[in-house]
Design a protein around this ligand. Structure first.
Ligand code: ARG
Length: 271
């Protein structure tokens, strides 16, 4: 596939997902046009996860209660997510659902959104800057994730084991998960990721996954956390299919946005 057509494939599937995610709970798999995705996986190597271990993992729903993205608590009043998630639903229709492992329950809290900040330079996921911060009305009752120390790149070292969390799809063409799930994926070095994706930008993105695929985030997981311990290093952004060999998950590189996140998360610290 040419660079151009691969790129437009990513773009088109992103746009379709944004729309489909809002309209129906089961998203059309735009990647299924690709024969290689016929043996595309379950979300791919994950397990049920507990909010006891990851209380900062939250999801975004529309007013009908349909989960369409993940997000992560960064302060008592703010969550970080992907910019493409923040743009998928009108601000007044976004609900942040915290403290709810199982979507079928009424556990935890549901908060509306008073403000959306979207990163400067965001256009679409494949061009980077796929990050937004939503300020909620009221207070989040759950512990925030830690932000990376921009002076310490060690959490991004190749091979570092990270954990991705989400309520996204568990099978190719199948339903999204009702439960929070997590999977362990190693950070991939910039060189390798660049050979997997021409559009890879090491300043604003980071890749994680296995060369052989099989473990990955998938549709519906976007905006959700990639953590090392409790430190947020990435946000699910895009990928070519899910869990395909040579096509790891691409995440927003959170360390590039720590100042922005902090400003949005703790507005009273501003002069
Ligand atoms: N863009 C997708 C979403 O909106 C996330 C895709 C992540 N894909 C992957 N292979 N890691 O939910």
């Amino acid at each position: 596939m040419s660079v151009k057509s691969r790129r437009s494939l990513l773009l088109v599937s992103g746009a379709l997902l944004a729309v489909a995610a809002v309209a129906v709970p089961v998203v059309v798999n735009t990647a299924s046009a690709d024969p290689a995705s016929a043996n595309q996986p379950r979300i791919v190597g994950g397990n049920k996860a507990s909010l006891d271990d990851h209380p900062y993992a939250v999801y975004l729903a529309d007013t009908g209660g349909n989960q369409y993205c993940g997000a992560v608590i960064v302060s008592s009043t703010a969550v970080a997510t992907a910019a493409h998630c923040a743009k998928a639903v009108a601000k007044q229709d976004v609900r942040v659902v915290a403290g709810r492992e199982d979507k079928r329950t009424n556990d935890g809290q549901v908060l509306s959104v008073s403000k959306i900040w979207i990163s400067k330079g965001y256009n679409d996921p494949t061009q980077g800057n796929d990050i937004a911060v939503l300020t909620v009305r009221g207070q989040l009752d759950y512990r925030p994730a830690k932000l990376p120390d921009s002076g310490d790149p060690s959490v991004y070292r190749e091979g570092t084991q990270a954990t991705v969390l989400g309520w996204g799809r568990v099978a190719d063409g199948g339903d999204r998960s009702d439960y929070l799930r997590s999977a362990q994926v190693p950070v991939i070095g910039d060189k390798d990721c660049n050979s997997d994706y021409d559009v890879y930008d090491p300043k604003t993105m980071v890749c994680a996954g296995y060369a052989d695929g099989g473990v990955d985030a998938c549709q519906g997981d976007s905006g959700g956390p990639l953590v090392v311990g409790d430190t947020l290093i990435g946000l699910v952004s895009f990928g070519d299919g899910c869990g395909k060999a040579g096509k790891p998950g691409v995440y927003t590189r959170v360390s590039a946005y720590v100042d922005d996140i902090q400003q949005q998360a703790n507005p009273r610290l501003l002069g």
